[in-house]
Design a protein around this ligand. Structure first.
Ligand SMILES: CC(C)=CCC/C(C)=C/COP(=O)(O)O
Length: 290
């Protein structure tokens, strides 16, 4: 029985077999590596015919830039590839890392989506998770802040509440902007049965509940004098609210992780632009009109 043909490193040249998944340049990470090793098989002793056959399946070659210089002449001496093609076929480290991260994200989000439906493994906890969802929704936070503003009788209280209102509006604006730009679809297992959504809320990146949870909890911890157990409770609420977004199947893990990051950074913006009767007197005077 003939032994398999081997490349310069002595590894079998299995890639000479016809590819069933089409072009390796499009066929996922494994295909890309295979293609790369074929290109590097131009070392002395490698099988150049195989490398050329494989390259001719590639869409890069189909673009017309891969020279079949050996065609019609000796197949033993393949011509070097143009630099441009070598770069096209070389998968970047960042690309591989991002694809891997996305694959892990999707896999983990599906695993954690245990309350995504009534029939899911934790389906009985779904009503509780939906209650938690309302606790982080924009409407109760906006209405609650406006109500407290109308009842506040101290300048200091009004200043804090005015800035909370500004934070909530800034958050809605930034999240809507990023959702509209990124347009990442919500997970396939999500049931779109959320209370009062905007049109951009069909997209999932970033999680608006996670940004609000991080923003509001940082705001509260910095502007309310609370006992330690209450401070812990605020942080726990934010964390569990974020986790519940994935458990309900509303979001992937990266939507929530980025949401937490964005909300945290938004507070820094609010703190930097802190509104006061000194830098925004009009706002405060208007609010005090009878
Ligand atoms: C209409 C208002 C004022 C807020 C919308 C709140 C909302 C539905 C956000 C979506 O959150 P997720 O991105 O976490 O699903």
């Amino acid at each position: 029985m003939p032994s398999p043909r081997r490349n310069a490193e002595g590894r079998p040249l299995a890639a000479c077999a016809p590819s069933s998944s089409g072009s390796p340049a499009h066929g996922g990470g494994g295909g890309r590596f295979e293609f790369q090793s074929l290109l590097s098989s131009r070392a002395p002793g490698a099988d150049p015919t195989c490398a050329r056959l494989r390259a001719s399946e590639s869409p890069v070659h189909r673009r017309g830039s891969f020279p079949l210089a050996g065609a019609g002449s000796s197949p033993a001496l393949p011509s070097p590839l143009p630099e441009e093609d070598r770069m096209d076929l070389n998968p970047s480290f960042l690309g591989i890392a991002l694809r891997s991260l996305l694959a892990i994200d999707l896999w983990l989000s599906k695993k954690l989506g245990v309350c995504a439906g009534e029939s899911s493994s934790w389906g009985s906890v779904r009503p509780l998770m939906k209650l938690l969802e309302i606790s982080g929704h924009g409407i109760p936070w906006l209405l609650g802040t406006l109500y407290c503003l109308s009842r506040s009788d101290s300048w200091a209280g009004r200043e804090v509440l005015m800035n909370l209102l500004f934070s909530l509006l800034l958050d809605l604006l930034l999240v809507a902007l990023i959702k509209g730009l990124v347009r990442r679809r919500r997970p396939a297992h999500n049931q779109m049965d959320m209370f009062f959504t905007l049109s951009v809320d069909k997209y999932s990146f970033p999680s608006g509940h996670a940004t609000r949870a991080a923003l509001v909890s940082r705001f509260i911890l910095n502007h309310l004098v609370l006992a330690i157990p209450l401070r812990v409770l605020v942080v726990l609420w934010a964390f569990i609210l974020g986790l519940s977004r994935v458990m309900l199947g509303r979001h992937n893990v990266t939507d929530v992780a980025f949401g937490f990051f964005l909300g945290y950074m938004q507070y820094s913006i609010v703190d930097y632009c802190w509104l006061s009767p000194h830098n925004a007197p009009v706002l405060f005077v208007l609010w005090n009109q009878p």
